[in-house]
Design a protein around this ligand. Sequence first.
Ligand SMILES: C[S@@+](CC[C@H](N)C(=O)[O-])C[C@H]1O[C@@H](n2cnc3c(N)ncnc32)[C@H](O)[C@@H]1O
Length: 268
Amino acid sequence: MIREAFIFLFTPTSAIAKKYGFLYQSIALQARYHRCKKAWLPHLKNCQDLFLATVKALPRKKSVVILGSAHLHEIPMHLLEKNFESITLVDVIHPIRHHLLAKRTSRVKLITQDLSGSLASLENLQSLEDLYELKDKLAQETLFNFDADLIVSGNLLSQLALLPIEAIEKKIKRALTLEEKDVLCTGFAEIHLKNLSACKGTKLIYADREVTYRDPKGDEIYKGHYPVNFSGYEKVKEWSWLLAPLKEASKDYSIEMKIEAYKSVEPS
Ligand SMILES: C[S@@+](CC[C@H](N)C(=O)[O-])C[C@H]1O[C@@H](n2cnc3c(N)ncnc32)[C@H](O)[C@@H]1O
């Protein structure tokens, strides 16, 4: 508890990250990692194996960019340091230990950025149509542009529409229908992919593509999925990740994600 309070007080946090609770979520994610490490191991091993296989095939291994770096559970810092000279971590919030590391070594650079481009505008939205308009406007903009030997998008894709959806539901005082949510989830994910495709370098994507809730007997009680067009990428692997074993999020259900990994198709 004292440790968490210290982290809460001393982690550098942008106004936008503070406003939308990213620091709290970052601390909660780290705590969940420690509680669920055993259940997460197969997922983490898949991420690391795929990362190492991708690195092996790179024509050059100087620089890497990780989008949605969080605590680097999926690709730990020691693997990045072992394989690349220059490491750039991009997230809306970075853990304090990454700030301290970036101070000690010029090899590690932190970029604090809202990769959805939407957060600063959420307060001005008055209707669902405003949010659709914002999405269409963002689809015309360059939200990020990195140049590196490898760029990894690390389980960020499904997160990008969450706060916009939450903000508009609060504003219009009703829950969005599944169809409305799908339009937004698909839209924000494809904007991310469009920006990622324009970046220079090999790209590797880890994305949670389906969520399944199971009751204590293991029977499915809910499955959710939204369409995303991954053109320009090839699926290299998929697996399931037991994100929250029974009793972690609730005593009534466990939560399982289907993870899909994609690699950019290199021009021949
Ligand atoms: C599931 S975590 C990623 C896990 C991470 N790749 C790892 O190895 O541990 C999702 C991350 O995306 C970040 N994120 C969510 N929305 C974002 C946004 N709009 N811009 C930048 N980062 C965002 C969160 O702060 C969080 O750190």
